[in-house]
Design a binder for this molecule. Structure first.
Ligand code: DGL
Length: 278
């Protein structure tokens, strides 16, 4: 029978912070990671562009045998997931599934706050989509949310330029702008899968009791729960504990940078975008 890895997609490296937690929680499955590094960042692109790019990558992951794909990217989850689920999946193959990272995060984030005031740091695209306020309201109607777009963070992180004064300037500026919206914020959600890399820089300027929440573990626990509830999908997923990495850009760059996100050395393969588009 054909191998059916679980597909994990991001615009670039950020999804590796999610994959790392998924593999720690569910090591038995096979995974196929695709980073669309050649077209990253997605955060400042239009809905139509993010949707088109994400659909192409999801389709490629399906073609490789994946029945289940995780969009480990908030921007893609905000701008493409719903349309893919509602319009494309029925046409492509109704038995396949695509899951995002916003819903599982929204389901639990309210539990972290005592003041009921939560700050969200995200890409411009994720903020503009209003996906977090809409989703969190469903689970925590009394929580007050404050959002801050951080358009410089993904380019700095993708280019390995996040450990210097220039990056500190942008990170502190955006964190201060978020906290300036309310003195009662006690929980900050890092609503972009790239941001865990700058957690320590963010925390260095914050009161010690501020919760700073990354999504990796939340998404991993949610996937575990999903597979327990959907045995028909669980049975399809192959279980050899193997992970493959693909990037649409340079494999050398990917392998050099991936360690920072995944915590292990990786050996990636190149995916030609012409193949994806055809
Ligand atoms: N990791 C993606 C996210 O979570 C980054 C998006 C981008 O490419 O700007 O939103």
């Amino acid at each position: 029978m054909k191998q059916q890895p679980i597909g994990v997609f991001d615009s670039g490296y950020g999804g590796l912070t999610v994959l790392k937690e998924i593999v720690a929680t569910l090591p038995q499955y096979d995974y196929l990671y695709l980073g669309d590094n050649a077209r990253a960042p997605y955060g400042t692109r239009s809905f139509e562009t993010v949707y088109q790019y994400t659909l192409e990558c999801v389709q490629w992951l399906f073609n490789q045998g994946c029945s289940l794909v995780i969009l480990a990217c908030n921007t893609a989850s905000a701008k493409a997931l719903r349309t893919i689920q509602q319009n494309d999946l029925p046409k492509i193959d109704a038995s396949k599934r695509v899951l995002g990272v916003i819903r599982p995060t929204a389901e639990v984030i309210g539990n972290y706050s005592k003041t009921n005031q939560i700050g969200i740091l995200a890409t411009s695209g994720a903020v503009q989509s209003q996906s977090y306020p809409i989703e969190i309201e469903k689970f925590y109607p009394t929580v007050q949310l404050y959002q801050q777009a951080c358009p410089m963070w993904v380019p700095l992180i993708e280019n390995n330029e996040y450990n210097n004064d220039g990056a500190n300037y942008f990170i502190n500026k955006d964190v201060n702008a978020l906290l300036g919206q309310s003195a009662q914020i006690d929980t900050i959600l890092l609503a972009c899968t790239h941001y865990p890399l700058v957690t320590e820089i963010i925390k260095s300027g914050l009161p010690k009791n501020m919760n700073v929440i990354s999504q990796g573990k939340i998404v991993a626990d949610s996937l575990k729960d999903y597979l327990q509830r959907h045995t028909e999908m669980e049975e399809k997923c192959s279980k050899n504990g193997q992970i493959q990495f693909f990037t649409t850009d340079s494999t050398q760059d990917f392998d050099n940078h991936a360690f920072n996100f995944f915590g292990k050395m990786v050996k990636s393969k190149h995916l030609d975008l012409h193949t994806v588009n055809s």
